[in-house]
Design a protein around this ligand. Structure first.
Ligand code: GDP
Ligand code: MG
Length: 284
């Protein structure tokens, strides 16, 4: 696959191995997924990696996701018998700490020493969470997917320890739609052509699910025909991304649009809903 190198750096395989080796040292695995892609964000072997462990789903970046859909996803996971909750990790540190500890202590209550492993795809917010819980900047946080290289243990309190881990993904992300969603959430990098496919996917999704956002971004009505090329041109003209002879600078438009989706500039949007899910094609 042409893009494999960009989204499967060699250290992911090692990360999975180290995670498995350390699983016995924790009582609970906290699986983090971006609230904008609560299912596709778990594009790794969660069944085989964590099947014997208590697993909690933490939907991060809740501030960037559609709150109604976040509630639906929490019910989706709760119906599957899991503890699930959502957080804006850029919010008030005090309430994040309180919320996290109250969710988790219920589960590990029996144990005097609580040890949690924080896992998830690259860029989902694992280090951010650990930093907030620590209350001091001790773990590196960055925009570049894959910044956390090694496993690190941190003591939150005398009784509570966390393990921050590097991001994991399937080696082969067979589903194009899953790759598109991971890209829109900033969990993987991709070639420009794949970025364009993801944008086309995003526009179609918005047209159907978020007509107001679609209209604001493209200047087009959601009832009208869908012309991807025309949308790029219109966004380029509106942003003034022009080259010689007033031709639209396509790669600038693509970069702008992708970054805007990733950063949540276009508003609180969720890229998949429990009812939209094609679960059969989503495993890798
Ligand atoms: N808006 C928003 N940004 C977040 C949230 N959590 C993390 N981020 C940002 O996402 C990026 C990746 O975070 P990081 O903790 O390094 O991800 P990691 O690769 O999973 O360790 C950083 O720019 C964070 O500031 C959140 O809840 N909301
Ligand atoms: Mg990290």
């Amino acid at each position: 696959m042409a893009t494999e190198k960009t989204w499967y750096p060699g250290h992911i395989e090692k990360a999975k191995r180290v995670i498995q080796e350390n699983l016995k040292a924790v009582q609970v695995v906290v699986e983090m997924a971006d609230a904008r892609i609560p299912y596709s964000g778990r594009a790794y072997e969660w069944k085989s990696l964590f099947h014997n462990k208590k697993t909690v789903i933490l939907l991060s970046k809740a501030d960037l996701a559609d709150p109604g859909q976040t509630d639906r996803w929490i019910s989706f996971y709760e119906k599957a018998g899991m503890v699930a909750f959502a957080m804006n990790l850029k919010g008030n540190p005090g309430s994040i700490r309180k919320g996290f500890v109250s969710k988790l202590t219920d589960i590990a209550r029996e144990d005097r020493f609580q040890r949690y492993m924080i896992v998830g795809s690259p860029n989902v917010g694992k280090s951010t969470l650990v930093n907030v819980l620590l209350g001091k900047k001790k773990v590196r946080v960055g925009r570049t997917p894959g910044l956390t290289r090694g496993i690190q243990w941190v003591n939150v309190t005398d009784q509570l320890m966390l393990m921050d881990t590097p991001g994991i993904l399937y080696r082969h992300l067979f589903s194009k739609h899953v790759r598109h969603k991971l890209l829109l959430a900033g969990c993987i990098k991709a070639s420009e052509s794949e970025a364009e496919e993801a944008l086309e996917y995003a526009f179609l999704w918005l047209k159907e699910r978020y007509p107001n956002a679609y209209r604001t971004i493209t200047g087009q009505s959601a009832e009208g025909p869908f012309e991807y090329e025309e949308l790029l041109r219109l966004v380029g003209l509106r942003r003034g991304y022009l080259q010689k002879e007033n031709r639209v600078d396509r790669s600038k438009v693509v970069d702008f649009l992708l970054a805007s989706f990733q950063n949540g500039t276009f508003g609180a949007l969720t890229y998949e809903t429990p009812d939209s899910l094609d679960i059969a094609s989503d495993s890798g």
